[in-house]
Design a protein around this ligand. Structure first.
Ligand code: FAD
Length: 475
């Protein structure tokens, strides 16, 4: 007889593992199935985010930022270092260690919360009385049943048509995060979040990086003023970004990769690089899930169709995270996972898409929540804007990083905050204040009247809120 659970979660990334823990906290008998393998073939919980996404990319961004400080900024502080060298193998090994700490942390949390973990591939077999039978194909094959199923199978990198990833010269995020040496020349197709983060890592270590982007606007979903400021900073750093290009043939040979493309003026161009990272988006993953066995509806892009509550077309089957509509972000996946577990328990789980923050962890960082100025114009909303540059912030001067600004957008009549956009140092941390404020429907005046510690970068948030009413104190 197969093991029976109240909830079976398929996928142990941020959507799945968090859903499993929350469901267990609510008193349910929970199983989580995940197939990710570490180098030794053992489990590596945490999905894309922990293994080849959020966490390893931030580990490499940190190492490369320290390297850049050591080579470029330490001298300004009177620190002489002699010749600074980067041991790429050690940097990658450190990153692997950080990933492992996170993998192990999730296994510990499963034990603590009594979530039963199965290492292997989970696939639908059939609907049974009061639930679904799921096959787990791991070292051995077994069958389990769940009254409720949460699918959190994530996404995979999208390849260029006819140019499969070989993870040697043509790299997805996976290969890009484990290069053995600093390439001389790196090409990047796609100037999105992942492309810019990966490009920044290797540029800081001395690689000549060229980014080819099909759109003719840089970061089109970001507030235009902020995107312009970020582009200015990236240009200054020597990150070559070509917009409005059309990529043609991509050929590999012993030496590297040759990319034919036409630039924005329609001129034929060639780019020769040692490695090419393709970061043109991600595709929802249902490979091996066998959704046809029970008739789960997918959309034309292969994502599982869900309603606002993450319910699929089948009773008792839910789906969360990258495998469904919406932004492909780890915190969005987590929020959906928690909300679904709570809904299964009869509570009222809730995800507010209007206050989901977005961050690009480059230097300067870019972070935002709510609507951009161009969206407000398109929506015909009357608004007031206030900006404050880090150049006028004492803490930023002390840090030696005064790039960028904070920008507030508030309703012209009610003063409710409609969007906050930031580019500059540590704005990945600063954005949380704006998220909290918007969640509580605060006005810009509320933020302007809150005491912020001095000297801190967060004073720029207060000053930008004051700027909405044209009364900045320090600019
Ligand atoms: P995933 O994390 O993809 O997890 C899905 C899991 O399910 C995987 O472990 C997979 O092996 C497993 N699985 C799939 N099918 C089966 C099956 N049939 N049986 C068993 N197991 C299965 N987001 C952010 O918010 N912040 C960031 O800084 C950030 N940085 C990123 C950097 C990079 C380079 C990349 C690629 C992504 C980044 N993301 C970031 C996006 C983030 O990683 C995803 O949004 C997030 O991982 C989605 O979580 P998920 O649980 O839906 O899926």
């Amino acid at each position: 007889m197969s093991k029976q659970f109240d909830v079976v979660v398929i996928g142990g990334g941020p959507g799945g593992y968090v859903a499993a823990i929350r469901a267990a906290q609510l008193g349910m008998a929970v199983a989580c199935i995940d197939e990710w393998k570490n180098a030794a073939g053992g489990p590596a919980l945490g999905g894309t985010c922990t293994n080849v996404g959020c966490i390893p990319s931030k580990a490499l961004l940190q190492s490369s930022e320290y390297f850049e400080h050591a080579t470029h900024s330490f001298a300004d502080h009177g620190i002489s270092t002699g010749k600074v060298a980067m041991d790429v193998a050690k940097m990658i090994a450190r990153k692997d260690g950080v990933v492992k700490q996170n993998n192990d942390g999730i296994q510990y949390l499963f034990k603590k919360n009594k979530v039963t973990f199965f290492h292997g591939r989970g696939s639908f077999v059939k609907a049974v009385d009061g639930g679904y039978e799921i096959k787990v194909a791991g070292k051995e094959e077994e069958s389990i049943t769940g009254k409720q199923i949460i699918v959190a199978t994530g996404s995979n990198a999208r390849a260029l048509p006819g140019v499969p990833f070989d993870e040697d010269k043509i790299l997805s995020n996976d290969g890009a995060l484990r290069l053995g040496a600093t390439p001389k020349k790196l090409g990047l197709i796609g100037a999105g979040v992942i492309g810019l983060e990966m490009g920044s890592v290797w540029r800081r270590l001395g690689t000549e990086v060229t980014v080819l982007e099909g759109m003719d606007k840089f970061l089109p979903t970001v507030d235009e003023q902020i995107a312009k400021e970020a582009k200015k900073a990236f240009d200054k750093q020597g990150l070559k970004i070509e917009l409005g290009v059309k990529v043609g043939e991509v050929k590999t040979d012993k030496k590297g990769v040759n990319i034919s493309y036409t630039n924005a003026k329609g001129e034929a161009q060639q780019l020769e690089v040692d490695k090419l990272i393709v970061s043109i988006g991600r595709v929802a993953n249902t490979i091996g899930l066998n959704p046809e066995a029970v008739g789960i509806k997918l959309d034309e892009r292969g994502a599982i169709v869900v309603d606002d509550d993450c319910k699929t077309n089948l009773p008792g089957v839910w789906a969360v995270g990258d495998v469904v509509r919406g932004p492909m972000l780890a915190h969005k996946a987590e929020e959906e996972g928690v909300a679904v577990a709570e809904r299964i328990a009869g509570q009222h789980g809730h995800v507010n898409f209007a206050t989901l923050p977005s961050v690009i962890y480059t230097s300067p960082e870019v972070a935002w929540v709510g609507r951009t100025e161009q969206q407000l114009k398109a929506d015909g909303v009357a608004y007031k804007a206030g900006t404050f540059p880090f150049l006028a912030n004492g803490r930023a001067r002390a840090l030696g990083d005064t790039t960028g600004m904070v920008k507030f957008l508030a309703d012209a009549t009610t003063d409710e905050i409609l969007g906050v956009h930031m580019v500059g140092p540590m704005v990945s941390e600063l954005i949380s204040e704006a998220v909290v404020a918007m969640e509580f429907k605060a006005s810009s005046e509320d933020i302007a009247r809150i005491c912020h510690a001095h000297p801190s970068l967060s004073e720029s948030t207060k000053e930008a809120a004051l700027a909405v009413d044209k009364r900045t104190l320090n600019f």
